[in-house]
Design a protein around this ligand. Structure first.
Ligand code: SAH
Ligand code: SF4
Length: 398
């Protein structure tokens, strides 16, 4: 495909918010509700106001601080009230379709929503921290040419409950309840799984607010990073209403190349994007903006590209660090990863320009754990399974 050919899919679709969805049995999942929404839910079930105020506080604490998944475990709530709650509400977790552990300790999960949509989550342990890579959508409308998630046809926004549910499930599996400030394995969260978080703004904001609440999961905003491909009009709101660290998927320094790699660039160009970064509240030298740059052989990896990257970041006077990501290939991708020597050289040039530019080490390659790769691996397997079945059928027919 040449850059002039039309890009499949929408460039800037209208995001469809997805509110609280009752389960098929009519019960409402409490995970994902704000404190106020939880009180409202109890009131609309018929609970009296004073009770609802008290119980919502207690239940909220059990959910997010203790990780309770059953009303029966909530010891300070009268036993007589448990059946009333159980009739109306559930405490959900995403269904786990597949869970794998890499030989480097990376864990990945393929998860399924109540309506049968699959999405993924990855946990990357390091010596002094553990990072959970969380999805914001099933698929992605933005069709970046090097990204496998962008090739998935089906797209739906995850609800706040499905987003915070990923964090809850990871805590379950790491045995990290009750929530405590010290000695955690899960210390950091990156919104770098499937989807564009700023196209699902409300749900991502509500979920991250739950994650940051000091009485609950209590992760500091300094340990949470939201990655965007450059949805410029939403960046100021992200800074004001969420306030977490910002990562921007830059990937190219010229209009032509970025138009090809990240089609959203046709709508919001590099200059506009970098200006929005310069205006991002809270960015300073202690809290720098991360610029992600995927290394694609002979596409965006020349010395001139590296020099231009330094020039641009300096021109906008950005407190920046650059994350160089070796391209993770997938079947049918149009690109190859740059050579290790090229990546090293690129990193050196940016570093000599005064900007830190570490190369991200690929993790969990044996289980294909890079973000955007997991769901497709499962689909591949089921297709392979289908092929085998078809062959067996033909063989049986003689
Ligand atoms: N939609 C958001 C966040 C999810 S993607 C965004 O684009 O920023 C998280 C990061 O993984 C992005 O920087 C994305 O460009 C990168 N990425 C996607 N596919 C990749 C691949 N095949 N190899 C390496 N990095 C990839
Ligand atoms: Fe979507 Fe990000 Fe992939 Fe682009 S890189 S298609 S924005 S998930």
């Amino acid at each position: 495909m040449t850059p002039d050919m039309p890009i499949p899919g929408h460039i800037d679709p209208v995001p469809v918010p997805r509110g609280v969805q009752p389960r098929p049995d009519g019960r409402v999942d409490l995970i994902g509700l704000t404190k106020d929404q939880l009180r409202e839910a109890l009131l609309s079930g018929g609970m009296e106001l004073k009770q609802a105020k008290l119980r919502s506080k207690q239940i909220w604490h059990w959910l997010y601080n203790r990780g309770a998944t059953r009303f029966a475990d909530m010891t300070d709530i009268a036993k007589a009230q448990h059946p009333w709650l159980e009739e109306r509400f559930v405490i959900g977790r995403p269904e786990v379709v597949e869970a794998q552990v890499s030989n480097d300790g990376t864990r990945k999960w393929l998860l399924r929503s109540a309506d049968g949509q699959d999405y993924e989550m990855v946990f990357i342990p390091d010596a002094d921290r553990g990072t959970l890579c969380v999805s914001s959508q099933v698929g992605c409308t933005l069709n970046c040419r090097f990204c496998h998630t962008g090739t998935m046809r089906l797209v739906r926004n995850l609800t706040a409950g499905e987003i915070v549910g990923q964090v809850m499930l990871a805590r379950d599996s790491l045995g990290e309840w009750p929530s405590q400030p010290e000695g955690r394995m899960l210390t950091n969260i990156v919104m770098m799984g499937m989807g564009e978080p700023l196209y699902n703004f409300d749900a991502v904001r509500d979920a991250l607010k739950l994650v940051m609440d000091g009485d609950g999961l209590a992760l500091s905003k300094r340990r949470i990073t939201l990655s965007t491909s450059g949805v410029v009009p939403m960046m100021a709101r992200a800074g004001a209403e969420i306030g977490v660290n910002l990562a921007v998927s830059l990937h190219a320094v010229t209009k032509d190349v970025r138009d090809e790699l990240v089609p959203l660039n046709k709508k919001y160009g590099i200059e506009e994007l970098l200006q929005a970064c310069a205006d991002y509240p809270g960015a300073n030298n202690a809290r720098r903006i991360t610029f992600e740059y995927v290394m694609l052989k002979d596409k965006n990896d020349s010395d001139a590209d590296a020099h231009e990257l330094v020039r641009l970041l300096r021109h906008y006077d950005l407190p920046a660090k650059v994350n160089l990501i070796p391209f993770n290939p997938w079947p049918g991708a149009d690109y190859e990863c740059s050579t290790p020597e090229r990546i090293r050289r690129f990193s050196d040039i940016v570093f000599e320009g005064g900007i830190s530019a570490p190369v991200r080490t690929p993790r969990g390659r044996d289980i294909d754990a890079a973000c955007g790769q997991l769901k497709t691996a499962a689909e591949k397997k089921s297709r392979a399974q289908l092929d085998r079945e078809a062959e067996e059928k033909f063989a049986a027919l003689g």
